[in-house]
Design a binder for this molecule. Structure first.
Ligand SMILES: Cc1ncc(COP(=O)(O)O)c(C=O)c1O
Length: 442
């Protein structure tokens, strides 16, 4: 038999043959997950109760019945997005004061619709922007930064606090780069961060832009500042002021906001958008939408437009109210059951994550805490079938393994209260308290 080599792959292809560490962990849980017993505080899924299924069905039926009123909604579309959807998103943003954007400020900006959610726009940047250094926050949005690394980008990660990226540390790091500042490709900031749900304040946004302006002037080139606003429509804490969109303070035209309707309407619609000043970069992004799939599915775009036109206000209100209640209750349980061992809690003011730092307890997959919760201690009574497995995202997956947070990440975790119901979240956090007691006594 002739020996035949495997299909040759690009470096990116080769790096993509092994799933990311988080994907591996989640896949191994998925294989053994017992739906009625085990509790998943790990996934970033939205709460099923927030999804307006009936409104989606009504919108689809309406489009079928009135298909002549829409531009061939079951056919191919053009890559710049459905006009009605773009108009509906603009109205939605202005009406709800997201980012304090106004119709006048929005009128100066272009909007494009990604081929498949915000994720496809992030992927488009990976293809279009030159390989180099990406500046981002630590902890980081590990799904995208993992992709960037597979594609050959290097990360410069900067620690955050509850107000977002520490701009003072960023200034020092940029300075320390020396001549390698030339290699900075773009800056990627998640404004309500995943995993931590820290909220980047207006002050920090202005500080960030000030640093960027200096850097761009020194480098004599525009370096894109990408603001991922995935969770910004979900700021539910009544005492947190709405932060300004960085677009409002952008003198050079470097800010590009990437938003999504996934968290407020439904991930299944796969509607993500980019908002920015017209530029050759934006033209290339539109071409990439075409390269990926001609356009986002037209049916989805029209459904999303109808949902925004008809139900946006009640939808956003009920989604925010639901997450607010869960955030307040979950925080109480964290304080009650994990109490003294918690060094810091970030999150709970927006989105559906808490990011915890323990004083001493390790959280990584080899730790006793993790083993207790995954029923993998070797102790029969702890690992009993009747006990729930509780899944969370260990901090070591959320931080840059070679960055400043690597050590601290070992005793951190992301806990999502989005997907599971409150009674199950209660059971899970109680069980986490038992895990802490187990670790203490060991
Ligand atoms: C920070 C961030 N950006 C983007 C996305 C993906 O958005 P979309 O569903 O529009 O692809 C997510 C989803 O969890 C996210 O957390």
């Amino acid at each position: 038999m002739n020996l035949m080599h495997e299909i040759s792959l690009s470096d990116y292809g080769l790096a993509s043959t092994t799933p990311s560490p988080v994907a591996q962990m989640m896949a191994s849980f998925a294989n053994t997950f017992r739906p009625a017993i085990d509790i998943n505080l790990g996934v970033g899924y939205v709460n099923e109760n927030t999804i307006p299924r009936q409104f989606i069905a009504d919108a689809v039926n309406h489009i079928v019945a009135h298909h002549h009123d829409f531009h061939a909604p079951f056919n191919y579309g053009s890559p710049d997005g459905v006009t009605e959807l773009i108009a509906a998103i603009r109205t939605y943003l202005a009406y709800h004061h997201f980012g304090n954007l106004t119709p006048a400020s929005l009128a100066k900006l272009d909007m494009i619709i990604g081929a498949n959610g915000a994720t496809s726009l992030l992927d488009a940047m990976t293809q279009i922007l030159p390989k180099g250094i990406v500046v981002t926050t630590d902890p980081l949005y590990y799904i995208y930064t993992n992709q960037l690394q597979r594609a050959g980008f290097k990360l410069l990660s900067v620690p955050e606090d509850r107000d977002g990226i520490r701009t003072d540390i960023l200034a020092d790091k940029i300075k320390a780069l020396g001549s390698r500042r030339r290699e900075i490709s773009f800056v990627y900031i998640v404004t309500v961060n995943n995993p931590s749900c820290s909220i980047l304040t207006t002050q920090r946004r202005i500080g960030l832009l000030r640093l960027m302006n200096k850097l761009c002037t020194e480098q004599r080139r525009k370096i894109p500042l990408i603001m991922d606003t995935a969770y910004e429509q979900l700021i539910h804490d009544p005492d947190t002021p709405t932060p300004d969109s960085a677009l409002l303070h952008d003198e050079l035209g470097i800010v590009h906001e990437i938003g999504t309707l996934s968290k407020t309407l439904a991930p299944t619609l796969r509607v993500g958008y980019m908002l920015a000043k017209a530029s050759p970069f934006l033209d290339a992004m539109v071409q990439k939408v075409s390269d990926t799939g001609f356009s986002a599915p037209l049916l989805n775009q029209h459904v999303a437009a109808l949902l925004l036109e008809q139900h946006a206000s009640e939808q956003i209100q009920s989604v925010k109210t639901g997450y607010r209640e869960k955030a307040v209750q979950t925080r109480k349980w964290i304080e009650q059951y994990l109490g003294d061992e918690v060094e810091s809690i970030i999150g709970g003011r927006a989105g559906f994550y808490f990011y915890l730092t323990f004083k001493n307890t390790q959280t990584h997959p080899e730790s006793d805490f993790f083993k207790f919760l995954s029923r993998d201690t070797g102790n029969q009574s702890i690992d009993a079938e009747s006990n729930p497995t509780v899944i969370y995202i260990p901090g070591n997956f959320c931080v840059n393994p070679v960055g400043d947070m690597a050590k601290q990440g070992q005793r951190q975790l992301r806990l999502s209260f989005g997907y599971e119901s409150l009674d199950r979240i209660h059971t899970a956090i109680k069980r986490m308290g038992d895990a802490l007691a187990y670790v203490r006594e060991k």
